[in-house]
Design a binder for this molecule. Structure first.
Ligand SMILES: Nc1nc2c(ncn2[C@@H]2O[C@H](COP(=O)(O)OP(=O)(O)OP(=O)(O)O)[C@@H](O)[C@H]2O)c(=O)[nH]1
Ligand SMILES: O=C([O-])CC(=O)C(=O)O
Ligand SMILES: [Mn+2]
Length: 615
């Protein structure tokens, strides 16, 4: 074999021939100056960080206040996931479905070949082996990300089990998902680099049939850390469909009641709708304890005992910084005390970080995320609304001891939620699995800063998976329905719909949220034990006023009515909007969910007749 001109390409620290051949192929396409195989060591991290500091990508934060932590500010055009540039490319467009962008795979490959040709010139190509899920777990899966971004390599080291152990787990012929990432910013000879290289043109591409990921042009979060949304959700959802398990956009929480009874809860809320906060909840009610297993993604499969077991495939938290404070999420702040990479937050005059909501007043002398002196009078936030931290999960003070248990934790309840200013009660319990899947399929939420759609506008986000399902969502609903038939109904988790974001006529949130969400979890836990009362409404079981622990809360009777009453008129309107959404899936939409919709309409119409008769 001819000697490769690329430094570091040989010898590879693995005898996995297919992996080596793939790395060689990508190197000859992308033409980096050198190749570095990541081993995940502290020394390696220090060297990559030093290089990033040199380039101005990272800045070391105050070593006393924030040891081992760094600050990055992105290009202002590269601040969130780019859903309009995200593609799912199976051969048949129907397999991508109406909720995904699709491109013909042969044409897409030709396009990528052009884009990636020479895209790493002047840069180092990092080969990043990683494991999603605890090493050695049957539920876990391996991947290798090739990237020309040191920031991505370091972040992958926080967010996944990255390096030698993952490479060893691959052995000589282990299966891995190949993921190629480039900033799309080659450096000509002598060309100066910029702190946050990226490209105006962005392509986040998935080939579900061959389980491949290609990402071009962005260095940010879910576009670039390919183990996360691209692998653990989009590709894994396809693997899960084919292999009979679930890859979901869900936090995992352990809840212990005053009698030491444990419940495990998984919850799907759309991006920036409260997963990380609920996962780290500090209960406001005495005697209750909450611990964290995961804050964003759950991989779940049935165990031999017929229960649904969940694993958190990640090793870190990539959380929203703004709004995080001692009062709202003390556990997150403690997690961020050390070894954290902050992106697009504000920088204080004494070299620490700040964001809106951390303290009431912005400190003097802040530098905003755009690198300018912050002017509070401008009305512009100092931190970008989607500013994020990447921190090791093990640092979380409430991390559950079993968070890395290879067999996972048995799920008792599955929650759905979103930001809904109106209509949706504080909590609703589904009648059964099929009704629960129906509730999941109709999730809608007001847009947030985590993606590029309009902030505030209501959009459907079934199972909080709209941007993350790697196949036709009609088939995805059918998969959920089929999963419910795999076990004894008594062993299945129960479904709940929660809404922390109900607003009063004054436009303010009615429910205090955060630690007080434990009150809702308490009701759920008691329902699972057969202890708590509920009212049967057309949309599901809702707590009675007495069943919900409101001790010490300052809520008026009108507030409670807003939170708990089901307005039949409003819900008739809400239900009437569902068919247009279901129709988009055509013949891929399971009949069971149409039947669920019909049953909802019938319950609403009976409730209307009953209330008219009563008048
Ligand atoms: N009013 C209210 N706001 C909340 C509550 N929980 C979270 N938030 C706010 O919602 C925003 C996003 O919360 P996160 O917990 O980071 O959301 P997430 O679902 O983890 O978001 P992604 O990481 O993008 O998937 C933050 O600004 C929080 O302060 C709550 O119970 N009530
Ligand atoms: O993927 C990202 O960039 C951040 C994230 O968790 C989300 O948007 O849901
Ligand atoms: Mn989160």
């Amino acid at each position: 074999m001819a000697q490769s001109p690329i430094a570091g390409l040989h010898p590879a620290p693995t005898r996995h021939a297919e992996l080596v051949a793939w790395v060689e192929r990508i190197a000859s396409l992308t033409k980096p100056d050198r190749v570095h195989w990541c081993d995940g060591s502290e020394a390696e991290k220090a060297a990559i960080v030093a290089d990033l500091i040199d380039k101005g990508t990272l800045r070391a934060l105050d070593p006393v206040k924030r040891p081992g932590s760094y600050y990055a500010a992105s290009d202002p055009r590269d601040v969130a996931r780019v859903e309009s540039r995200t593609f799912i490319c199976p051969a048949d467009p129907k397999d991508a479905g109406p909720t995904n962008n699709w491109a013909e795979p042969t044409e897409m490959r030709a396009r990528l070949d052009g884009l990636f040709d020479g895209c790493m010139v002047g840069r180092t190509m990092y080969v990043v082996p990683f494991c999603m899920g605890p090493l050695g777990s049957e539920i876990s899966a391996l991947g290798v990300e090739i990237t020309d971004s040191g920031y991505v390599a370091v972040s992958m080291g926080i967010m996944t089990r990255m390096g030698k152990d993952a490479l060893d787990a691959l052995g000589e012929d282990g299966v891995f998902v190949p993921a190629v990432h480039t900033l799309g910013a080659p450096l000509a000879d002598g060309q100066a680099d910029v702190p946050w290289p990226c490209n105006e043109d962005k392509w986040i591409v998935h080939f579900p049939e061959t389980r491949e990921i290609w990402s071009y042009g962005s260095g940010y979060g879910g576009n670039a850390l390919l183990g996360k949304k691209c692998y653990a959700l989009r590709i894994a959802s396809v693997m899960a469909r084919d292999e009979g398990w679930l890859a979901e956009h869900m936090l995992i929480l352990k809840l212990t009641d005053p009698q030491d009874r444990v419940k495990y809860v998984a919850a799907a809320f759309p991006s920036a709708c409260g997963k990380t906060n609920l996962a780290m909840l500090q209960p406001s009610i005495p005697g209750w304890k909450a611990e964290t297993v995961g804050d964003d993604i759950a991989w779940m499969r049935f165990g031999d005992d017929g229960r649904l077991y969940a694993v958190n495939p990640e090793a870190g938290f990539f959380g929203v910084a703004p709004g995080t404070s001692r009062n709202t999420n003390k556990n997150a702040l403690e997690t961020l005390a050390t070894n954290t990479v902050f992106t697009n937050v504000a920088l204080t005059a004494d070299n620490d970080v700040w964001w809106e909501g951390l303290t009431k007043e912005a400190p003097e002398g802040l530098t905003n995320w755009k690198g300018q002196l912050h002017d509070p009078a401008s009305g512009e936030p100092a931190a970008h609304p989607n500013a994020r931290f990447a921190a090791p999960a093990a640092q979380c003070p409430t991390i559950a001891p079993e968070w890395e248990d290879p067999k996972g934790v048995p799920i008792d309840a599955i929650l759905f939620g979103g930001r809904r200013a109106s209509a949706v009660p504080l909590v609703t319990e589904a009648f059964d699995w099929e009704h629960g899947v129906f509730l999941g399929s109709t999730v809608a939420s007001e847009g947030t800063a985590a993606a590029e759609n309009k902030v505030g506008e209501l959009r459907r986000d079934p199972f909080a998976m709209l941007p993350f399902c790697g196949y036709n969502m009609g088939d995805y609903f059918a998969h959920w329905l089929a999963m419910g038939k795999k076990s004894d109904p008594a062993k299945l988790p129960r479904f709940y719909f929660v809404n922390w974001f109900r607003k009063g006529s004054d436009g303010k949130f009615v429910w205090p949220g955060f630690g007080d969400n434990a009150r809702v979890l308490k009701w759920i836990s008691e329902r699972l034990n057969g202890e708590a009362e509920a009212v049967r409404t057309p949309v599901g079981h809702v707590p009675t006023r007495e069943a919900l622990d409101l001790d010490g809360l300052d809520l008026s009777e009108a507030d409670l009515a807003t939170l708990l009453d089901v307005d039949v008129e409003v819900w008739t309107e809400e239900a009437s909007r569902i068919p247009a959404f279901f129709e988009t899936f055509g013949d891929r939409m399971p009949k069971t969910l149409w039947d669920q919709h019909k049953a909802l309409e019938q319950r609403l119409s009976s409730a209307r007749s009953a209330s008219m008769a009563a008048e």
